[in-house]
Design a protein. Structure first.
Lengths: 182, 455, 492, 640, 101
């Protein structure tokens, strides 16, 4: 009972905040709405019994969204990115597409026949996840690590202003066509 | 779990190329961080060595019997191994091309690291036998791809290319993850071994949605419609060697994976064959049509890459219905890779010269470059005895046998169209002439090798 | 031995490109010397030819066994004359002088390349090999026209390339169709396919395959209405290239009709023999009519090519009519093959002559010419021989061919023969008109300093025309060789 | 092997003449010796009735043989040629192209001999066409003058049209017998094909022998120099037609309608041609008309089945017609004109007048000349095949007497010209005399046993002549002479008593030439022009349609995109713009008008349009992706 | 709380995210949309893990993978945005239209 109520609450919050993300006129607020949406999804995760993932999601999103907000501030060059602004294009198309996607996927959810195999009661999801991670899906885990490493390096290479030898982006352009015949 | 460790070790033995790439890449990175600037370019040698080693092991494994490893998350079969080899070779040649191109760059180290990891990503994608593995492999190769595309951090077009590449890729991945979720829902698992059974009697609606969304992701990877838009932008904006790399690796990895993926769906209630056929048709036609009016050689190559993706999909259409399908796929990838390398090699060699009218008199001043261009293009058209011909031959044979003769006819028409725009580049370089020769970079190895290999 | 005749020119072509800077005379003599090699080889082959049914001097090697592709060459009574023709025409065209635009090496290299491709095509006994050479010939010819052509050469060359490429790709589809039907293991081996006749006589598949291939060859041959690439290509091509285009490349189409359609799917061809024959007759009459209205000398000759190719295909169509009496089919097929050779020699010479005219007058317009007979007896004489041969005068090669074709056709499709005969009168009229306009009548002022044919021009022309006369007077030596093949194909 | 000699010797002579063309002195003798040798060789073959075969290849055997009428013909050709060439050598000695002329003449003889000795239709066809080609060169001898070369062209094309008949005949023979030989043909049972053969041969013969409706080409043949006309009309070119019919009559008579058709053809031409000859005021053209008429008579006889009569007539005609032409040539040479109104050289050139008189008399068939004998034979044959035919033949005979006498009176009758004109040389006189002698010599046929000799020589037979026939024709001749004499006295002989317009009409072959021009030549020419225009414009249309359809497609595609991407209004505005652009494009390609370029333009236009989908703005791409994704899912769902 | 309900919510999140990605001009906002889409995906995965796959641990792992994807995209995305802003002073899609056609 209580679970059901919570579920509906979380769901409502997730969807509404998600919607607000694009209705607000300040990026910072948008960021926090988004965070809210994620948090409520995390809540749902906990409800269905994968507590670990739920918490992870909440924490990660909290962190990330804070970063995003700060980023916005320093990046968007407007004080706290609080100035009102609407930056929207092809609105009709967007609405149609969004609604279309929603209807399509919802239809899948409602009409499609999914095998009815609910999770057994009392399994410790976290332990299983750990086993899976270090067992059968070792490779997946490794790959994820490698990918994250690549991202770190890549983003650093792209953004860092000054690297090991002075300006990092020095000479990072195409060769010019005007050179004397070598 | 007892014996787990031992098992892991033997698994590791089965993926030596991947391991070497991963470890080697990290080594390259570390070295790069502590090398004085003037000898930064030596790192290229290191990266090349890593790739060579991986390639050696790939060759060694070629003969092994096909099978699955790592609890069925990774396939070690013929196509996968050939793809590995092809990718490694590509990366090697690209590195050769890159040395002078990036000579001025202060951060070459990272570049080579990204090349290595990008290769790794594509290799894993080509070998993936598990949807999760597929997602991550794709992330790996995409992320490196975005970075490589934008690697000229002071170039306006380079950064734009990177950004667009990312925007399209991100959407594709988002859709794909949801698709995987649906497939997981109906199939009960993410490994192909499990899905093969699980999807046989799956609910068609969910299956179609999931498959469609996954195909969207793969279409992005191989540059097929409706996610082809990044290809020309990257071809034009990205650093030429990186562009060559990105034109190739995505297709190799993506197509090989797609081929394996559809063979899982063989008896699922799903119209995947017709869908792929349609994608192929639209892709090749659109690519050729748009390429017709390009005056920018690199962009033209991008669009021709799109049409080539369409040809590649032909092989997938025939999977499971024609014994020619898999050979056709590999032959196509082989010819396409070498042709692309040859042509982009010429572009690199000409310092990224990209206005087709600036190619006047190429045959006169750089006969070998012109020859490379000629061979590469004619191979794309499918003029015998070049590799492209064998590829087209097998592809058409495969689709006809698979009962899609109309695709073969369409391929014919498209080949004829493509000839026109290739000639629009060849004509100036062979028929006209100017006084001034085009300036060139120093080394010629890259395209020389490629040309030697074509046909 | 046959292989050598393909390899030698190919190698020579590469060698020419590697030549030290422009040495025109050297390049020419080298090319000419090399072109003599296949010629001698062919003559040897001719001597050793026994003339049984089937192929002789077959040489084969593994190529791509996995999909049943082999390297295989050989000759029979059909291909031998065409190979000889090819070798001869190339030697002649190489001798013939032409404005090289200071790119002699590339020019002769292109010629050598083209020679290798052409010989290979007629010798090939594997469908893939056949197709490979078929396409390579396009590439070579494209560059010859585009680089050394005049007028609107780029356009014409592009059109030639793309148009015929479409044809060749259709052909490729057809070949794949044959391959996929060629039993298990599937093979491209022509001898094998001819022996086993894998394709069913009826059925949609065979029909589609047939028309795909037929379309490919109709473009190449060309038959109306697929001929529109021919006139511009000829008009803008340098004279020797036109000679090769008319003398050799067009034959690839007609040869394919016989070798692939007639030999590999006779029952299917039988179903469509009449339509093909009708198309051929249309080409005959249409080509002649259009030619008659031309004012441009080279264009006129180009259209007569359409007309003559019509004769060839008419003969083939007759030979394909299984119901008919074998003797008639065989004589028609023999005639068609002779027509290929005759047309190669006659029209080849004709195009070389237009080259001589262009070099002196810088125009093809017949209205601007006239009265040249007094200034250039040799040029006039040569043209007259060629023209009369082309309009089918007895004693010259053209008649031998056309008469046999008609004799055969009349027995099978009397009405087609009757209509086709009109072409003979029209060609007579148009050629006499051409001679009259260009060589007879008063000599215009501006040509008072006209010079007659030079040594190299004669050296190129005389052998060809001599052969035309020889075939016309004593056809037996040629007819008998071809007859071995056509009897075998028609069971006559 | 001797059978080849009559062909080879003249050929050698011809080659030799060309080789020696610089040495003007030699060419004449060479030519004469070559032909003289040919005469001897011909005699030899004729006496030995030799025959041979040669291989065409592909198992087809062809043959030469000298039998029946061929025995006469093979000798006749070189003999007449000898006289003509002799005349040419002397009369044209100033012509700088004499060597070419002689070479062609001798070559011409060779070709004709081949035709004569042919034992099968293929060989016949070869000789037939070669004769035609040679005649083209001969008629166009004076090539620098556009008129003569174009009339040569007309002559050749006209006869070649007839040649098609022979092509068909040969083909039909092959279809019927699997070969071409005359004998096989005679023994075949395949009536249908045999009918085709007969028809073909008749057409070919009619064209060569200047029967209706082909007769007019003889006029354009007049463009050639006199010796050429002489040879063409007497023993070669024109004779070929009649000869072929005579030679093939035994084989073809199995076709029921063969005889009647030939008879009708001959009779009609004989009458019509006679009128033409009578009405013409040009010396040579008048003779030409008579030629048609005379060959008409030969066909008449042949068709009636009495080849001996036909062959005899042919022989006699060969001699006197050559003689007459040479006479005309002399007149031309002397006065520089051929207008019958301006000649009357009786006093100026008495000797020639006499010789010409002989010819004219033969033409009029005045006994006891051989010509008269053969004419009677023809008449008998005609009567034999029907009363009306007989009457027609009589009328034709009267006509011939009319124009013969007219010609002589106008051409060589006594006139006011006196000996001032430059007379003929010795050699020319010799040539004329030779022919005159031969003409007279034939008179021996009247001698008892003449008929048998004729039948024996020609291998054919004669109709039983009846005395009244002779009487009738004699009466006709006398009245004809009287009539012309009277007119001549009145000075209205030139017009022949015709009103002028009618005379012109008749003399111009009843307007057949213009009819042919309007009904045959012009339509073909127009057709060909139309075709060559169409060759481009048809292609245009194809281009146009392709371009249009491509435009339509890509336009639709673009609009589909942009209704999503931009606003609908934008799309429509742009749409109209682009369609305008498109139509311009179509127009250009239409004007440009070559298939591949047009196609390329069309496709390239499609390319232009598709390029618009690459707007460069990511959110547009997103839209495309969403649409694509949905489509993909739906397809994957429905296409199972 | 049923599987259907969960899926509908997930679909809603995905749809909203897609709407955002399409409608927003600023790269950053677009990225938020993308994150939201993946958010929906995560919810769907968990739903299946819970409802239809008998708690197959792969489900949980798949969630981890999805999060990784999210993180990776966020990181690289910010890097690229910064870079493009530095070079091109561009922060919305309309400003990046040099490469087109």
């Amino acid at each position: 009972m209580i679970v059901a109520v919570l579920f509906w609450v979380f769901s409502a919050v997730a969807v509404v905040t998600g919607w607000l993300v694009f209705r607000t006129d300040s990026m910072v607020r948008a960021a926090y709405w988004l965070m809210a949406s994620f948090v409520s999804v995390g809540g749902i995760l906990i409800l269905v019994g994968s507590d670990f993932l739920g918490l992870i999601l909440i924490l990660m999103m909290a962190g990330e969204m804070t970063i995003m907000a700060i980023f916005m501030v320093m990046f968007m060059m407007n004080p706290a990115g609080l100035n009102p602004m609407t930056m929207v294009h092809q609105h009709r198309t967007a609405i149609v597409s969004g609604a279309g996607a929603f209807l399509a996927l919802a239809a899948v959810g409602l009409l499609a026949e999914f095998p009815d195999r609910p999770v057994a009661a009392g399994v410790d999801a976290t332990v299983e996840l750990g086993v899976e991670l270090l067992g059968e899906s070792m490779l997946v885990f490794e790959t994820a690590g490698v990918a994250l490493l690549a991202v770190m390096i890549g983003s650093v290479a792209l953004v860092s202003k000054n690297g090991r030898y002075g300006p990092a982006d020095e000479g990072s352009v195409e060769p010019t066509l005007e050179v004397e015949e070598s | 779990m007892p014996g787990m460790g031992a098992q892991m070790v033997e698994f590791l033995a089965e993926i030596r190329p991947e391991l070497i790439l991963a470890a080697g890449g990290i080594v390259v990175l570390l070295v790069a961080l502590f090398t004085p600037r003037r000898i930064q370019s030596w790192i290229a040698g290191g990266a090349a060595a890593v790739l060579a080693a991986a390639g050696a092991y790939a060759v060694a494994d070629l003969a092994d019997p096909p099978g699955l490893t790592f609890f069925d998350t990774l396939a070690a079969d013929g196509p996968g191994r050939w793809a590995t080899l092809l990718l490694v070779v590509t990366a090697l040649l690209v590195i050769v091309l890159s040395v002078e191109w990036f000579a001025a760059d202060a951060r070459q180290g990272e570049y080579y690291f990204l090349i290595v990891f990008g290769t790794l990503g594509a290799v894993l994608l080509a070998g993936a036998a598990d949807l999760m593995e597929m997602i991550l492999a794709m992330m790996l190769s995409s992320v490196t791809g975005y970075t490589l595309a934008a690697f000229h951090r002071r170039s306006r077009s380079s950064s734009e290319a990177g950004m667009k590449y990312f925007l399209i890729g991100a959407l594709a991945n988002g859709a794909m993850v949801y698709g995987v979720a649906l497939l997981f829902g109906v199939g009960g698992t993410t490994t192909f071994t499990g899905l093969g059974a699980g999807l046989a009697d799956a609910d068609p609606l969910a299956l179609a949605a999931g498959f469609g969304l996954v195909v969207v992701g793969l279409a992005f990877k191989i540059g097929a419609t409706p996610l082809h838009q990044w290809v020309p932008d990257v071809a034009e904006g990205a650093p030429a060697p990186a562009a060559a790399f990105l034109m190739i690796v995505g297709k190799v990895g993506g197509l090989v994976f797609l081929a394996r993926w559809v063979s899982v769906l063989a008896d699922a209630p799903l119209g995947w064959r017709a869908l792929v056929a349609l994608l192929a048709a639209v892709t090749m036609t659109l690519g050729n049509l748009v390429a017709l009016r390009q005056d920018d050689v690199r962009r033209l190559l991008g669009w021709s890459a799109v049409s080539q993706a369409g040809y590649g999909l032909l092989a997938v259409v025939a999977i499971g219905r024609s014994s020619l399908a898999v050979p056709a796929l590999l032959m196509f990838l082989f010819a396409y890779t070498l042709g692309t390398l040859a042509v982009f090699g010429v572009v690199v060699e000409l310092r990224g010269l990209t206005d087709r009218f600036a190619y006047r008199g190429l045959a006169r001043f750089h006969p070998w470059l012109a020859a490379a261009l000629l061979i590469g293009f004619l191979s794309f058209v499918g003029i015998p005895p070049l590799g492209g011909f064998a590829a087209k031959l097998l592809l058409m044979g495969a689709v006809i046998e698979a009962g899609y003769a109309w695709l073969a006819v369409l391929t014919v028409v498209n080949s004829a169209i493509s000839l026109v725009y290739y000639l629009r580049v060849l004509a100036p370089s062979y028929l006209e002439t100017t006084e001034s020769a085009q300036p060139v970079l120093g080394r010629k190895a890259g395209w020389a090798v490629a040309v030697a290999a074509v046909g | 031995m046959l292989t050598a005749s393909i390899v030698v020119p190919a190698v020579a072509s590469a060698a020419l490109l590697a030549f030290p800077r422009e040495r025109e005379r050297l390049a020419r003599w080298f090319a000419f010397g090399v072109s003599l090699v296949p010629l001698t080889l062919v003559i040897v082959a001719w001597v050793r030819f026994e003339g049984g049914p089937g192929f002789e001097m077959v040489e084969s090697a593994r190529w791509i066994p996995s999909i049943g592709v082999t390297y295989q060459v050989g000759v029979d009574g059909l291909s031998l004359p065409l190979v000889a023709l090819t070798a001869l025409l190339f030697s002649a065209s190489i001798v013939f002088p032409v404005d090289l635009r200071g790119r002699a090496r590339q020019y002769y290299a292109a010629f050598m390349f083209l020679e290798a491709a052409s010989l290979g095509l007629f010798l090939a006994l594997d469908l893939i090999l056949f197709f490979v050479f078929f396409d390579l010939s396009l590439v070579g010819m494209y560059f010859l026209i585009a680089i050394w052509g005049h007028g609107n050469a780029h356009r014409s060359a592009l059109k030639f390339f793309v148009y015929t490429l479409v044809g060749s790709l259709a052909l490729l589809l057809g070949i794949l169709g044959i391959y996929l039907n060629s039993g298990d293991p599937a093979t491209f081996d022509m001898i094998e396919i001819i022996r086993t006749q894998p394709l069913p006589a009826s059925g949609l598949a065979s029909a589609l395959i047939f028309w795909a291939i037929a379309f490919g060859f109709m473009v190449k041959t060309p038959l109306a209405p697929f001929h529109t690439w021919l006139p511009p290509a000829h008009v803008d091509a340098p004279a020797p290239a036109s000679t090769i285009l008319a003398g050799v490349l067009l034959k690839m189409g007609t040869y394919g009709f016989v070798r692939i359609l007639l030999q590999m799917m006779p029952e299917t061809f039988d179903r469509f023999a009449l339509p093909i024959g009708v198309i051929a007759v249309v080409s005959i009459v249409y080509g002649a009519l259009v030619a008659m209205a031309q004012t441009n000398l080279k264009r006129l000759i180009a259209y007569t090519s359409v007309n003559h190719m019509g004769y060839v295909i008419l003969g083939v169509a007759v030979a394909a009519t299984l119901g008919a009496e074998p003797g008639a089919r065989s004589i028609a097929l023999t005639g068609a093959t002779i027509e290929m050779v005759a047309h190669g020699l006659i029209t080849g010479a004709m195009f070389l002559l237009t080259g001589s005219v262009l070099a002196r007058a810088e125009t093809y317009e017949m209205g601007d010419l006239g009265g040249l007979a007094s200034k250039a007896p040799a040029l006039t004489g040569a043209t007259m021989v060629a023209a009369f041969a082309s309009l089918g005068l007895p004693g010259l090669a053209g008649f031998v061919a056309e008469f046999q074709i008609f004799a055969g056709t009349l027995a099978v499709y009397p009405w087609l023969a009757g209509i086709g005969l009109l072409g003979i009168v029209i060609t007579a009229a148009l050629f006499l008109r051409m001679l009259q306009q260009v060589f007879l009548g008063p000599l215009p002022e501006r040509w008072s300093s006209w010079t007659d044919l030079g040594r190299r021009e004669l050296a190129a022309l005389v052998p060809m025309l001599a052969l035309v006369v020889v075939i016309g007077i004593i056809p037996a030596w040629l007819v008998d060789v071809i007859d071995t093949a056509s009897r075998f194909m028609t069971g006559g | 092997m001797t059978i080849w000699l009559p062909i080879v010797l003249p050929l050698l002579g011809s080659g030799l003449i060309l080789a020696l063309r610089r040495r003007r002195g030699l060419v004449g003798p060479v030519a004469l010796t070559a032909i003289a040798a040919a005469v001897i060789a011909a005699l030899a073959t004729a006496l030995s009735e030799s025959s041979t075969t040669w291989s065409w290849g592909g198992g087809i055997e062809l043959g030469l043989s000298v039998v029946d009428a061929g025995r006469i013909m093979v000798v006749l050709v070189p003999v007449v040629a000898l006289a003509v060439v002799a005349y040419a050598v002397s009369s044209m000695s100033e012509d700088r192209a004499l060597a070419r002329l002689l070479a062609l003449l001798t070559g011409f003889v060779a070709a004709m001999e081949l035709l004569v000795m042919a034992a099968d239709l293929l060989t016949l066809l070869i000789g037939w066409e070669l004769v035609g080609a040679a005649s083209w060169a001969l008629i166009g001898h004076d090539w620098e003058n556009p008129g003569s070369s174009s009339s040569a062209k007309e002559a050749f094309v006209a006869t070649r049209f007839g040649d098609l008949g022979l092509y068909i005949a040969a083909g039909a023979a092959f279809a019927a017998t699997g070969g071409f030989g005359y004998e096989a043909l005679a023994s075949t049972s395949d009536r249908a094909w045999l009918g085709v053969v007969a028809g073909g041969v008749i057409v070919a013969a009619a064209a060569k022998s200047a029967q209706l409706p082909f007769s007019p080409w003889l006029f354009s043949a007049m463009a050639g120099p006199t010796p050429v006309s002489a040879l063409l009309h007497s023993a070669t070119m024109v004779a070929a037609g009649a000869y072929a019919l005579i030679r093939l009559q035994p084989a073809l008579s199995a076709v029921p309608w063969f005889g009647p058709v030939v008879v009708a053809l001959g009779l009609v031409t004989a009458l019509a041609g006679g009128l033409v000859a009578y009405a013409q005021t040009d010396f040579k053209k008048a003779l030409a008309g008579s030629t048609s008429a005379q060959y008409g008579l030969m066909l008449l006889a042949t068709g009636a089945g009495f080849t001996a009569a036909g062959m005899g007539q042919l022989t006699a005609h060969a001699f006197f017609k050559a003689l007459l032409f040479l006479g005309a040539g002399v007149a031309l040479h002397a006065t520089g004109t051929l207008d019958l109104g301006k000649l009357a050289l009786g006093r100026a050139l008495p000797r020639v007048a006499v010789l010409f008189g002989v010819g004219a008399a033969a033409l009029a068939a005045v006994p006891p000349l051989g010509a008269a004998f053969t004419k009677e034979a023809v008449l008998a044959a005609a009567v034999d095949s029907g009363m009306w035919v007989g009457i027609g033949a009589v009328v034709a005979g009267v006509l011939s007497a009319l124009y013969a006498s007219r010609l002589h009176l106008l051409g060589y009758g006594p006139g006011d010209r006196t000996g001032s004109e430059q007379g003929p040389r010795v050699l020319e006189i010799a040539a004329l005399s030779l022919l005159a002698l031969l003409t007279l010599g034939l008179g021996l046929l009247w001698a008892p046993g003449g008929e048998e000799i004729l039948q024996e020589l020609t291998g054919g037979d004669l109709a039983e002549g009846k005395p009244w026939e002779l009487a009738v024709s004699l009466g006709g001749i006398v009245t004809a002479f009287a009539f012309t004499w009277m007119l001549w006295r009145r000075g209205s002989l030139l017009s022949g008593g015709f009103p002028e317009r009618m005379r012109r009409f008749v003399a111009g072959w009843y307007g057949i030439p213009s009819a042919a021009k309007h009904l045959v030549v012009d339509p073909i020419l127009n057709l060909s022009r139309a075709a060559s225009k169409g060759d481009r414009s048809i292609v245009d249309r194809m281009v146009g349609t392709v371009a249009a359809s491509a435009t339509w497609l890509s336009d639709g595609l673009r609009r589909g995109m942009e209704t999503w991407i931009d606003s609908v209004a934008m799309a429509f505005g742009g749409g109209t713009l682009r369609t305008a652009e498109a139509s311009r494009e179509v127009d250009e390609t239409g004007v440009d008008g070559v298939l591949v370029e047009g196609l390329a333009a069309a496709i390239a236009y499609g390319g232009e349009q598709s390029r618009r989908t690459q707007t460069g703005m990511s959110h547009h791409y997103y839209t495309v992706i969403v649409i694509g994704g949905l489509v993909a899912i739906i397809l994957a769902l429905i296409w199972r | 709380m049923t599987l259907e309900a969960l899926l509908v919510v997930a679909a809603a999140l995905f749809g909203i995210g897609l709407y955002g990605a399409l409608s927003q001009q600023s790269f950053v906002m677009i990225m938020m949309g993308l994150e939201l889409m993946i958010n929906g995906a995560i919810l769907a995965i968990v739903a299946f893990w819970w409802g239809s796959t008998g708690g197959n641990p792969e489900g949980q792992l798949l969630v981890v993978v999805a999060m990784a994807v999210m993180a990776i995209e966020a990181a690289i995305g910010f890097a690229l945005v910064t870079n493009v802003y530095r070079v091109r002073k561009a922060d919305i899609t309309e400003k990046l239209r040099k490469l087109k056609g």
